[in-house]
Write a new protein. Structure first.
Lengths: 254, 256
């Protein structure tokens, strides 16, 4: 379980999070929606200890992230996978070495050859050919880098996955592949996920529940059906407008 | 005005504190060589091979300048073998280590700072943390240990190159100077401790260059402009620290 308790975060004079309270249950996929720049990525970075809260705490699997020792934090992070918005692949390493770095402790493989078959299987799950293994990130397209980032995040077989805009910049086919992967990980492996997105299709497809972050606070948390029927004008406007935008440009990149 | 001074002082003290914490973290990792040994050797190899031609070229120029200028000033005043003694003393205790260190600051230090700053702004450092890996173990220690190993070796090679270049150019350019004069002067001055002092400076400078570059690089912020700014700060800060360490090491030579 991941629990955000009264989380506050400011950068200089800009107050981004203003007391976020949110619980993500075991095995659940929670889609986190909200306008751009509202602090969605900032929120999930607290769950993995990449940012320190000004006030409040995040409890991951019973461990307080704000008060964790270095060793506690390391232990918690081994249970978490993080898909970065811009992939954050190590550009001095090949795709295979990127995956190997995530795999080696968890799967017991000691070198790239040992890990190769597992790495190839990981790439297959995100619709990539195994010949990508020997390429450097700079030799891949943005969409391919994104999918390698996803493969790297799931390589360590995490219990929790934090997805930061996993389908942004992907074509519809590959976006569907990632959506299917999120659902498959939840269904078959019981992975708990938070999916930060502004793609309503993804949110409504993968989310057991949807949370809306507005102005640094959680405005609504409900099932997809509940969100669609939410009477809050702000929630209705956000959902309706985003859906209308998507209807107007059905062929755009997601 | 006072507020600005106070803010700058607080910022400076904060940086010192962060540097102390990074040094402590490095020391924690050092007793576990299996975590970094292969990467450190790779770093040492890359630093050494890539920098060697430049370091030797600059050392040769330094030695050539030293013998000619000493010759110009001493001709007619002091016996010419003094040129050999001055060449050996200056090359071993100052020119060899410092010129090498300054070249490595531009060549190796700038590259490390730019690489780490770029990793910081593209979230690669965050990705390491997210994977439960420690950037100090994975990135900093191999570079610092690599510098510790390779810079003294480069300094010794630079010393030898400077001495040979100074001798050859001196004999060609200074009227009346012979190989016997240069060799006599060098042997007159030479003490084993001078070579040891050169080595010591190489070790200290190697650590200063890599540590400072890593420290400043990891503080990188902003986009491409931020990486450029970080690299400049790293080169300037390292050069200042090299000069400070050079001054602090000077009494060590006197002690022997």
């Amino acid at each position: 379980m991941i629990e955000f308790r009264n989380l506050h975060k400011s950068f200089g004079t800009q107050q981004v999070l203003r007391g976020v309270n949110l619980v993500v249950n075991e095995g659940e996929t929670l889609a986190l929606l909200g306008p751009s720049g509202t602090g969605k990525s900032v929120l999930i970075k607290h769950a993995i200890g990449l940012l320190e809260p000004d006030q409040g705490d995040v409890i991951v699997d019973g461990t307080s992230i704000a008060h964790a020792t270095r060793e506690d934090l390391r232990r918690v992070r081994r249970k978490l996978g993080y898909v970065f918005q811009n992939s954050a692949l190590f550009d001095s390493l090949t795709v295979g070495e990127n995956l190997w770095l995530a795999q080696e402790d968890e799967t017991g493989c000691r070198n790239i050859q040992d890990c190769a078959s597992e790495a190839a299987a990981l790439l297959e799950r995100v619709n990539l050919d195994p010949d990508v293994l020997s390429k450097y990130p700079s030799e891949l397209s943005g969409g391919m880098r994104k999918r390698v980032g996803v493969a790297r995040a799931i390589a360590s077989r995490p219990e929790y996955l934090l997805w930061d805009e996993p389908t942004t910049g992907l074509d519809p086919v590959n976006a569907d592949t990632i959506d299917d992967l999120i659902m498959d990980l939840a269904r078959n492996l019981g992975v708990t996920s938070i999916v930060v997105t502004h793609d309503l299709d993804t949110a409504f497809e993968v989310g057991d529940r949807i949370a809306l972050l507005f102005d640094g606070q959680i405005r609504a948390v409900d099932t997809p059906t509940g969100i669609l029927g939410n009477p809050d004008p702000l929630v209705r406007r956000f959902v309706r407008r985003t859906r209308a935008d998507e209807a107007e440009s059905p062929h755009r990149e997601r | 005005m006072l507020t600005v001074i106070r803010e700058r002082a607080e910022e400076g003290l904060g940086r010192v504190g962060e540097a102390v914490i990074m040094a402590r973290d490095i020391l924690r990792v050092l007793p576990h060589p299996r975590l970094y040994w292969t990467a450190a050797l790779q770093q040492a190899y890359v630093m050494g091979i890539q920098s060697l031609p430049l370091v030797l070229f600059i050392a040769a120029l330094g030695g050539a300048v030293m013998s000619q200028q000493t010759g110009a000033q001493f001709t007619g005043g002091l016996p010419l073998w003094v040129i050999g003694a001055v060449l050996a003393a200056s090359q071993l205790t100052e020119l060899g280590p410092l010129l090498t260190a300054i070249m490595l600051t531009g060549r190796v230090g700038a590259a490390i700072a730019a690489e780490l700053a770029s990793m910081r702004v593209t979230e690669q450092i965050d990705a390491l943390y997210a994977m439960g890996r420690d950037p100090i173990t994975f990135l900093v220690v191999p570079r610092v240990v690599g510098g510790f190993l390779v810079v003294p070796a480069l300094v010794i090679l630079a010393d030898l190159t400077g001495l040979v270049a100074g001798w050859l150019i001196g004999v060609l350019a200074v009227d009346g100077l012979t190989t016997q004069d240069v060799v006599y002067g060098m042997r007159f001055y030479f003490r084993p401790w001078a070579a040891g002092f050169s080595l010591l400076k190489g070790i200290v400078f190697g650590v200063v260059i890599t540590f400072t570059a890593c420290f400043v690089g990891l503080q990188g912020r902003g986009g491409a402009e931020g990486v450029g700014r970080t690299t400049t700060v790293a080169v300037v800060t390292t050069t200042v620290w090299l000069m400070i360490m050079d001054v602090l090491l000077a009494p060590v030579l006197k002690a022997f």
